[in-house]
Design a protein around this ligand. Structure first.
Ligand SMILES: [Zn+2]
Length: 267
C-alpha cells in the first residue's frame, strides 16, 4: 500500500456490516513469497482476487488467520488449497493435519521479510497479532480496529485479558497498525492509549451506574451508549457484561446468584 511499505497489499472483502465496517481486510505481506493474513469470508470472487494478487507477487508461503471468527477464517481452507500453502492458526485451534499450530513468539518467514506472532487474547481466546519488526508494522486483526471498537463477548471475550493484550502491543516498535477492519492507523501508541482510556472510562461508568440493587448489563446500555445505532446495542451489552465480569473478579462489584441474564450490584 502506498505510504506504508512495498511489502503490504490490501484486498477488501465484500462483507460490510455493523461489526465488520467496510468489510474484512485481507492483507498480503512480504517481498517475494508472501503471507496472506485473514482470507475473510468464503466468497469465491474475493478469494480469486487474493490468490491472483498473491501469485503476482511470487506465490504464498502461508495463509494465517488472526482468529477463528468466520469473517476472518471462513475462506481460509479454500484459499490455502487454491494456493497450495499451509493454513496457520493459534495452536489450540489447529485441528486438522497440515495446519500449522502457532504459538506466541513464533517467527513466520515472508520471502525476505518475517513476522512475529504475538498472542493477544481478549476479543477471542485465540487472537493473534502479527508484528513485522523490520517494517515496523503490526497486523492487529480485531484486537485493534479502525472506525469502531472491538466487541468483547463473554465467555470467550475477556476484558481483563483484552486490556493486558493492549498493554502488550502498545510497547511494540510499530509505526503502523493494519487492522482487520477499517483504515490503517498511524501513531499506534496514541491509538492504543486512547483505546485503553476508553475502556477504563466505560469501566468507571459501569461502577458509577451500579448500586445496591441488582442490575443486568443490558439495562445499562441505553444510558451508556446513548446515540449509538440500534444494531450495535446487543454487542454493547456484551461488552458491558465483560466489564462487569472483570469488576466482579476483582471484587469491586458482585454477581447476584440466579437464573437468566447475569445481574450485578455493589457489595
Ligand atoms: Zn472481524
Amino acid at each position: 500500500m502506498s505510504g506504508i511499505a512495498p511489502e503490504v497489499e490490501r484486498i477488501l472483502a465484500p462483507n460490510p456490516g455493523p461489526l465488520t465496517g467496510p468489510g474484512t481486510n485481507t492483507w498480503l505481506f512480504g517481498r517475494g513469497e508472501v503471507l496472506v493474513i485473514d482470507p475473510g469470508p468464503l466468497d469465491q470472487q474475493h478469494l480469486d482476487a487474493v490468490a491472483r494478487a498473491a501469485r503476482l507477487r511470487g506465490g504464498a508461503g502461508m495463509v494465517v488467520c488472526t482468529h477463528h471468527h468466520p469473517d476472518h477464517r471462513e475462506g481460509a481452507d479454500r484459499l490455502a488449497e487454491m494456493l497450495g500453502a499451509p493454513l496457520a492458526i493459534y495452536h489450540r485451534r489447529a485441528e486438522r493435519s497440515g495446519e500449522l499450530a502457532l504459538e506466541d513468539g513464533d517467527r513466520l518467514l515472508a520471502g525476505e521479510s518475517w513476522l512475529e506472532v504475538v498472542h493477544t487474547p481478549g476479543h477471542s481466546q485465540d487472537h493473534l497479532c502479527l508484528f513485522a519488526p523490520r517494517e515496523h508494522i503490526l497486523f492487529s486483526g480485531d484486537h485493534i480496529l479502525s472506525g469502531t471498537t472491538s466487541v468483547i463477548w463473554p465467555p470467550e471475550g475477556d476484558m481483563a485479558a483484552y486490556l493486558d493484550s493492549l498493554a502488550r502491543v502498545r510497547d511494540l516498535d510499530a509505526e503502523w497498525l493494519l487492522p482487520g477492519h477499517g483504515e490503517p492507523i498511524s501513531e499506534p501508541r496514541k491509538a492504543v492509549d486512547a483505546l485503553i482510556a476508553h475502556r477504563l472510562e466505560r469501566e468507571g461508568q459501569v461502577l458509577e451506574a451500579l448500586g445496591p440493587d441488582p442490575v443486568a448489563p443490558s439495562q445499562l446500555v441505553g444510558g451508556l451508549y446513548h446515540g449509538y445505532p440500534p444494531e450495535v446495542l446487543e454487542y454493547a451489552a456484551q461488552t458491558l457484561l465483560a466489564h462487569c465480569i472483570k469488576l466482579a473478579n476483582e471484587g469491586r462489584i458482585e454477581r447476584v446468584p440466579g437464573e437468566g441474564e447475569a445481574r450485578f450490584r455493589k457489595p
